[in-house]
Design a protein around this ligand. Structure first.
Ligand SMILES: [Zn+2]
Length: 377
């Protein structure tokens, strides 16, 4: 009978042992009730009512100058082109082309199937650096890859971080043994998209003040706060800037806003000093989106030096956030990757002139062989 059950329960809870158990059970249930939770669990829904909304198609045809494509299944490529058409992406640059036979296969699977819609960059194999003649050989391979259809060279962050030479020493970005490769790229007229270093918080203590706390929790091997194992952020950056200085006839696209997206004045100085350097927005949109006033002023001033890039095809709706940040003046909307930014986005409201340059005109200027007919006049 219900009445009896109720009275039984109240007798039990009155018993000290049972009330302790009840208190423990209640405490265990609290996170679900919202009293305590993890950073990962907190997903507040904004109550702000302001105009604006998602932008699912770019205002102008654009080049994604920083993409990675692994695998070359024809059905996947077909599906990709459909998605590209939907969002107004004219050209996807696959930086992960490889070299030699692998590069040729990558080119056939993408450019071969959809001429004009894909660009493939070659990569350098640094293993063997330190052995006599390495630089010459690597430069010759780059030339062969260019002849096979590569339209640029992509350098991964292993250079300057993990790559060692035949003596087991870290290879810095400005290592003179690589000079023949940079000179060859300049001679061939192809850009070098280079990713050196990582977000500076990776070098900071992993504590409650670290802006990338969540990312370092998810990927502990990205921590760089052990000086015995890793060159400092400043060291890595200055080696990279020396490299740009040493090869003024080579065009460099300094990836990820050169990891100075949180210090655009510093990035501006670098661009002022080095006219052979461009930059792009791969995976760092959240830096612009958190400083719409400074970010818009930067994009206005350096409109001839910045390229559109996202760095990863997925999630596809991440592109929509790019369009919204660059094109609108929307306020306080979500980014697409919590580990990059726990903050909201604001639109920069770039002019058509600036947008066109970032979306395609700067790419047309520095990436050879793009199909101009895919873009307005
Ligand atoms: Zn990348």
């Amino acid at each position: 009978m219900p009445a009896t059950h109720r009275s039984n329960a109240s007798i039990r809870i009155a018993d000290p042992q049972w009330s302790l158990l009840a208190a423990l059970l209640l405490a265990a249930a609290l996170p679900a009730a919202g009293q305590e939770m993890t950073v990962e669990a907190y997903e507040p829904r904004s109550t702000l009512k302001v105009p604006g909304g998602p932008v699912t198609r770019a205002k102008f045809a654009f080049v994604d100058a920083h993409g990675h494509l692994r695998g070359s299944d024809p059905a996947r490529i077909d599906q990709m082109v459909k998605e590209m058409d939907k969002m107004n992406m004219a050209v996807f640059v696959n930086l992960s082309g490889g070299s030699g036979e692998r590069l040729k296969a990558n080119i056939a699977a993408t450019k071969g199937r959809y001429p004009g819609r894909f660009v493939v960059y070659a990569n350098v194999d640094f293993s063997g650096i330190g052995q006599p003649g390495w630089g010459k050989k690597a430069a010759a391979q780059l030339e062969a890859d260019f002849k096979a259809g590569a339209q640029g060279l992509k350098i991964y962050k292993n250079l300057s971080m993990f790559q060692t030479d035949s003596d087991g020493k870290r290879v810095a970005a400005d290592d003179p043994r690589i000079a023949p490769v940079w000179e060859k790229a300049g001679e061939l007229g192809i850009p070098v998209l280079i990713h050196v270093g990582e977000p500076s918080p990776f070098w900071d203590p992993w504590d409650e003040h670290n802006e990338r706390w969540l990312e370092l929790k998810m990927f502990p091997n990205r921590r760089r706060d052990d000086p015995a194992r890793f060159a400092s952020f400043e060291q890595t950056m200055s080696e990279q800037h020396n490299l740009f200085r040493n090869h003024p006839n080579t065009t460099f696209i300094n990836a990820h806003l050169g990891w100075f997206g949180n210090d655009l004045a510093r990035l501006g100085k670098l661009l002022d000093e080095l006219p052979n350097v461009y930059t792009e927005l791969g995976a760092v949109l959240a830096e612009l989106g958190r400083q719409p006033i400074t970010g818009a002023a930067f994009m206005e001033k350096y409109q001839d030096r910045v390229l559109m890039g996202k760095d990863s095809w997925d999630p596809i709706d991440g592109y929509h956030v790019y369009f919204r940040v660059l094109e609108t003046r929307d306020e306080y909307f979500d980014y697409y990757r919590k580990r990059h930014a726990h903050w909201k986005m604001y639109g920069l409201g770039l002019s058509d002139e600036v947008l066109e340059k970032v979306y395609f005109r700067n790419a047309l200027k520095i990436i050879p062989g793009l199909d101009r007919s895919l873009f307005p006049e």
